[in-house]
Design a protein around this ligand. Structure first.
Ligand code: PMP
Length: 428
């Protein structure tokens, strides 16, 4: 009989501490929105493996599709012998992406790799080097994407220098007093001081800041960025890796604004738990690199492609976009109630889009300083009581909701009751 403590000890001796785990438990089994550890303890999962499980753990049709594919072939490398699941997934993604222009899709394995490739394609298409990203943005842990990521600790600490020609613009965040106009003024100043717009290939932005705190991009910002990009011949990239595939109540979160980007990066919930990612974009842009310029041994693995096709089908057939919107309303209402009842003036700024929702913990009503310690304590108490939670935000004081959209109302209720009890423990 193995225990969490025994495994933790082995893990500490064998795995670098840099890869941190939020929960000191080890998984044994998981189904939909529940998980059991190696000691048989049950947890409700509001973290979804960092927004990967919009269709839940081991969705039956995702697992069936992956198993059927495993019985035929699991790897040929698309660059050696191509296969239909890659093409079928590309066709599906091209059809789902917003905008009327013909599209093409490149498949890779991780989100960071998708972002790297979007930048390569933008550079090849425009013949320009520059990339503009935003404060608080998160785009991955490879050196290019770390350079684009707008938060130092823990990601960028001690591992620079980062690639050149990456510029950072202010993210419009009303919470910190930065209006859309302030953000646009910052960008225009940057064009004068650092980044010649005629040398900028792409502007990349998450439609809802993910790791940065679940802050949605205001529609006016998207409209202004589209106009700026058109004026300067810059490509607009939406990083939908965390926000896509139903999390916000739409296939792609940028669709809430009506703005059509030139490229979209996708990963996470696209395949319900299998490692696959992609870049969807206008066909003329996506063809910028010559044959051999894109790819990777595992890119678009056939088992992951089959899983992704089934996960997308499940989002459609189970109407999970509507479920996301409904869940967002439930969480908003319940968070407001719980905050008022159990932690007056300590929980505020419930925000997000659809079920991509977060709430912040603060020290007190007057100063409203971010309270990362309270956030950590709520998460630890919740785990003891059987609920997996994850924080986010520049100050580590936002709690984000990434529960499977397939979770039943009963599970959501049970999870929220545990959350309220954990909050009471933490402020006691
Ligand atoms: N972009 C966004 C918006 C993300 O949320 C993430 C992962 N949290 C990434 C990129 C990087 O994805 P991966 O961890 O698969 O490399």
């Amino acid at each position: 009989q193995t225990s969490n403590a025994a495994l933790l000890k082995r893990r500490e001796a064998s795995v670098p501490r840099g890869v941190a785990s939020a929960a000191p438990i080890f998984a044994s089994y998981a189904e939909n929105s529940e998980l059991w550890d190696v000691e048989g303890n049950r947890y409700i999962d509001f973290a979804g493996g960092i927004a990967v499980l919009n269709t839940g753990h081991r969705h039956p049709s995702v697992v069936a599709a992956a198993k059927a594919q495993e019985d035929r072939y699991t790897h040929t490398s698309f660059q050696v012998v191509p296969y239909e699941p890659y093409v079928a997934l590309a066709e599906k993604l091209n059809a789902l992406a917003p905008g009327d222009a013909p599209k093409k899709t490149l498949l890779v394995t991780t989100g960071a790799e998708a972002v790297e490739n979007a930048v390569k394609i933008a550079r090849a298409h425009t013949g320009r080097p520059g990339v503009i990203a935003f404060t608080g943005g998160y785009h991955g842990r490879t050196l290019l994407t770390l350079g684009m990521t707008g938060k130092v600790t823990p990601y960028k600490k001690d591992v620079g220098p980062f690639p050149s020609d990456i510029f950072r613009a202010p993210f419009p965040d009303a919470r910190n007093g930065i209006t859309v106009q302030d953000a646009l003024n910052g960008l225009e100043t940057m064009f004068l001081t650092d980044a010649d717009p005629s040398r900028v290939a792409a502007i990349i932005l998450e439609p809802v800041l993910g790791e940065g705190g679940y802050v949605p991009v205001p529609t006016e910002m998207w409209i202004a960025l589209r106009e700026i990009c058109n004026r300067h011949g810059i490509l607009l990239i939406a990083d939908e890796i965390q926000a896509g595939f139903g999390r916000t109540g739409a296939w792609f979160a940028i669709s809430h604004s009506g703005v059509v980007p030139d490229m979209i990066t996708v990963a996470k919930s696209m395949a319900g738990g299998y490692p696959i990612a992609g870049v969807i974009g206008r066909a003329d842009i996506m063809d910028a690199l010559a044959p051999g310029g894109l790819g990777g041994t595992y890119g678009g693995n056939p088992v992951a492609c089959a899983a992704a096709l089934a996960a997308i089908e499940a989002i459609e057939s189970e109407d999970l976009l509507a479920r996301s919107t409904a869940l967002g309303e439930i969480f908003r209402a319940r968070f407001a109630e719980i905050g008022a009842r159990t932690a007056p003036y300590r929980m505020w700024d419930i925000r997000g889009l659809g079920a991509m929702l977060a709430v912040e913990f603060v020290t007190d009503f007057e100063t409203a300083k971010p309270d990362a310690a309270l956030t950590k304590s709520v998460i630890a108490h919740a785990l003891k009581r059987g609920l997996i939670l994850l924080s986010c935000g520049m100050h580590g004081n936002a709690l984000r909701i990434m529960v499977p959209l397939t979770a039943s109302d009963a599970i959501i209720d049970e999870g929220l009751a545990i959350f309220e009890a954990a909050l009471a423990d933490a402020i006691a």
